[in-house]
Design a protein around this ligand. Structure first.
Ligand code: ADP
Length: 425
């Protein structure tokens, strides 16, 4: 067994062996260049699977790989960046390499993150190509290297020490690369989500045009599917628009007196087809004909649709979904309860986070983890609360409350007989 201090010693000697300066050796130079008004960009390359390589193939292969990376990055000098640019290795972990681009003041254009990103990707591409060659020569072509890259400009700040500045830069670069990952991931999954219904719509329209339209029964069946897929597309696009408005705090609300029961009934009606397809019993439980709240009717409709649609999505065939409305002293409580797959207890806190999907639901098609984060914003904007209780494999109940309509509001809404919403929110 190697204890951790021994391992650190080895890594330190490995850093020496790599024969490129350590990050801290570059501090003075970078500080000086910043003072001389150089523009500086930083890129890092992290061999993300280095530990795996070390564990699986042993320390000597691991050393060899890191040395090859260091050599290659050094040999890129003058080819992919200026000869005066600095290549260093992290003091702490030998699998982090940094390149500092030094741009003398006479280069007028400001180094932007996208410039640095372009260089980062270009260097990474050439680095991987060159490494593949070198690994082959060394008989190590069974190795798959996984890189993580980060990039950021470094701005001078006379009040901050150079150590701190570079530490912040590393964090910035890391976050930037993470953000890129999230964006790419998001774009690719959203495109997929858009493509699936579109492909299906295209297919059915073509079949109809090719003659299926003359068979009334078949035509109705196909048109129903087309309507459903269109609805799916519409929901996704509305969610995306809401998400962007929510981020810029532009989500608008139009308040008026709303009977929650009517909204719940309409939502159930709209989704009854989907429930029937899975032979799910979807029902409303409410004693009174009216539950008046001060709300944005469309947004509350969206909330019901989201919760019921989720309940249908995450409940197996022949299950049950109950929408319950209960009047309480100051508010109205709504429960949407299903007999579905449930939510793992350790994930229940994250369920309203943007883009969060539980580990057990990820495999199911459809869904991007946007709906619930919007629903939460909607309920909170109404002064209500939302929470969830769930038992894995048994079912889930979402609860939300909305403040009961105030007599004042009832009066003022009567005065606005032209139906103009108050636009509060
Ligand atoms: P999605 O479009 O992925 O369904 P939501 O934001 O509506 O996005 O839901 C986020 C995640 O919460 C879902 O991906 C799923 O993992 C979980 N979830 C939501 N509702 C339920 C439910 N009724 N039963 C089980 N899991 C649910």
């Amino acid at each position: 067994m190697v204890n951790s201090s021994e391992r650190e010693d080895r890594d330190l000697s490995l850093i020496e062996e790599l024969d490129i300066p350590k990050l801290s050796d570059a501090y003075t130079l970078i500080e000086m260049k910043l003072k001389e008004n150089y523009q500086i960009g930083m890129i890092y390359f992290h061999l993300a699977n280095s530990l795996k390589i070390k564990e699986k193939y042993g320390p000597s292969v691991y050393h060899q790989v890191l040395k090859l990376i260091a050599q290659t990055l050094k040999s890129f000098r003058g080819k992919y960046y200026r000869s005066s640019d600095i290549v260093v290795v992290s003091d702490i972990s030998p699998d982090y390499f940094f390149i500092f681009f030094l741009s003398p003041p006479r280069y007028k254009l400001k180094l932007s993150p996208s410039d640095i990103k372009l260089s980062a990707h270009r260097i990474l591409r050439h680095l991987t190509e060159e490494l593949e060659e070198k690994l082959k020569e060394a008989g190590l072509d069974f190795l798959k290297l996984e890189f993580q890259i980060g990039f950021t400009p470094i701005e001078r700040d006379p009040n901050v020490s150079i150590e701190r500045l570079l530490f912040e830069a590393q964090r910035e670069a890391y976050l930037r690369s993470k953000l890129e990952d999230i964006i790419y991931d998001f774009v690719s999954s959203v495109s997929h989500e858009l493509k699936t219904p579109l492909t299906s719509i295209k297919g059915y329209v073509e079949t109809l045009l090719e003659g299926a339209i003359d068979d009334k029964e078949m035509a109705v069946k196909f048109l129903k599917i087309i309507a459903q897929e269109t609805e799916r597309l519409h929901k996704l696009i509305t969610d995306l628009l809401d998400l962007s408005q929510m981020e810029s705090n532009k989500l608008k609300f139009m308040f008026s007196v709303v009977n929650l029961r009517d909204v719940a009934e309409d939502a159930i009606e709209l989704l009854s087809g989907l429930a029937e397809e899975k032979m799910i019993d979807l029902r409303l439980v409410a004693d009174k004909p009216e539950y008046l709240v001060w709300a944005d009717e469309e947004r509350i409709m969206q909330t019901f649709l989201n919760l019921i649609d989720n309940a249908i999505k995450y409940t197996p065939e022949m299950g049950e979904i109950e929408v319950r409305i209960k009047e309480r002293k100051h508010d109205v409580l709504v429960e949407v309860s299903d007999t579905g797959i449930g939510i793992p207890p350790q994930e229940i806190d994250k369920i309203f986070d943007k883009f969060y999907r539980t580990t057990i639901s990820q495999k199911k098609a459809g869904g991007r983890g946007i709906g619930l984060s919007i629903v939460k914003k909607i309920i909170e904007a109404h002064g209500g609360e939302i929470w969830v209780e769930s038992e894995l494999g048994k079912g889930t109940t979402f609860f939300f409350t909305l403040p009961k309509v105030h007599p004042e509001e009832l009066k003022s809404s009567g005065e606005r007989s032209n139906g103009t919403p108050s636009g509060k929110g």
